[in-house]
Ligand binder design. Structure first.
Ligand code: ADP
Ligand code: MG
Length: 330
């Protein structure tokens, strides 16, 4: 049983950044307004995510660690998934591959904590803890040394963590985020983004300026388009503000960060006439459509999606971006 759980867990948790993704998504699902992410040694020795969300009641702590015991769907409509989590696999998986501690305190209740190490669950104990939830994962993959060997350098794993948190922070501009590296002695803040207010463009623009630099906002075109019920919003960088790598393309579908060939291809096509082949646009684009028109359930950990009408989505992006670029004289 434990071995099977560890194998299944490896599907969900590939590296420290995938653990961070699951924990931050849980915090967002819990309605957090403030999320603090700490890590040490590229997340290999410590990952900690603190939130001020609705918390987990003491008697629900063991349940949160039971496989497929999610509280987020009732099973009636798998296509209508508004929250990030819906499989109930993350916490059990993290508890299988590392030393996990969850401490939580819902409003008006006492705090409680539980630990799981390599799949072995301890008892629920009372603990003094701030309102909300803190999840700590120490020594990821200590129980699966083979997987530990596949991890990259601390620096590369830390970069992957920063990328995951940055993308989720773009998807939730009204939530405050702090990312702190706690390796060694003094903590080092990697980035901090206060909660943004105002309408979508104000809040998103401010958050992007915070995360990508003020130059991005000054060199980006606001995008707002709709075709047959599919909405596209966000910011697309001017050709003069391009990069040598395609790693500054932030794409979201129904509020969830995705990496998708179709979307990246559409972005490339939109800029084909205004950018040299070895240059890549910087962009943050949000697509919204009815959940039934997109399958986000392709793989538990991969951020792939499958659109029911790929041609329509591609056409929308290409024409909206080309139009905006042309209007700006490109
Ligand atoms: P899922 O997110 O798919 O439901 P998880 O394994 O990620 O599954 O989490 C299991 C359950 O634990 C969630 O359904 C939720 O009820 C609870 N939970 C996890 N993290 C938090 C959190 N930060 N705040 C409140 N509840 C949480
Ligand atoms: Mg989850």
């Amino acid at each position: 049983e434990a071995a099977i759980n560890r194998i299944a867990a490896g599907e969900v948790v590939e590296r420290p950044a995938s653990a961070v993704k699951e924990l931050v998504e849980n915090a967002l699902d819990a309605g957090a307004r403030r999320i603090e992410v700490d890590y040490a040694n590229g997340g290999k020795t410590l990952i900690a995510v603190r939130d001020d969300g609705h918390g987990i009641a003491a008697d629900a702590l063991p349940l949160a660690l039971a496989r497929h015991a999610t509280s987020k769907i009732d099973g009636s409509d798998l296509t209508n998934i508004a929250s990030f989590g819906f499989r109930g696999e993350a916490l059990p998986s993290l508890g299988a591959v590392g030393r996990l501690r969850i401490a939580s305190r819902p409003a008006g209740a006492e705090g409680a904590e539980i630990t799981v190490e390599g799949g072995r669950m301890g008892p629920v104990r009372p603990v003094a803890t701030p309102f909300g939830t803190v999840v700590e994962l120490r020594d990821i993959f200590f129980a699966t040394p083979a997987r530990l060997k596949f991890l990259k350098s601390d620096r590369a794993e830390a970069q992957a963590i920063a990328d995951v948190v940055r993308r989720l922070a773009m998807a939730a501009p009204d939530t405050a985020f702090t990312l702190t590296d706690r390796t060694g002695g003094a903590p080092r803040v990697v980035f901090r983004a206060e909660a943004e207010t105002g309408d979508l463009f104000d809040a998103l623009g401010a958050r992007l300026a915070r995360l990508l630099g003020a130059e991005f906002r000054d060199n980006a075109l606001p995008i707002e388009a709709e075709r047959e019920g599919i909405r596209l919003t966000g910011f697309a960088g001017l050709p003069t503000f391009s990069r040598g790598a395609a790693n500054a393309q932030y794409l979201f579908v129904n509020g969830r960060p995705v990496r998708d060939k179709l979307l990246h291809g559409a972005l490339r096509a939109a800029y084909a006439d205004v950018l040299a082949r070895d240059r890549h646009p910087v962009a943050a684009l949000f697509i919204e459509l009815a959940p039934a028109r997109v399958d986000v359930n392709v793989h538990p950990a991969k951020a792939e999606v499958r659109f029911r009408e790929p041609g329509l989505v591609r056409g929308l992006i290409v024409s909206a971006l080309r139009h905006a670029l042309a209007e700006a004289g490109h």
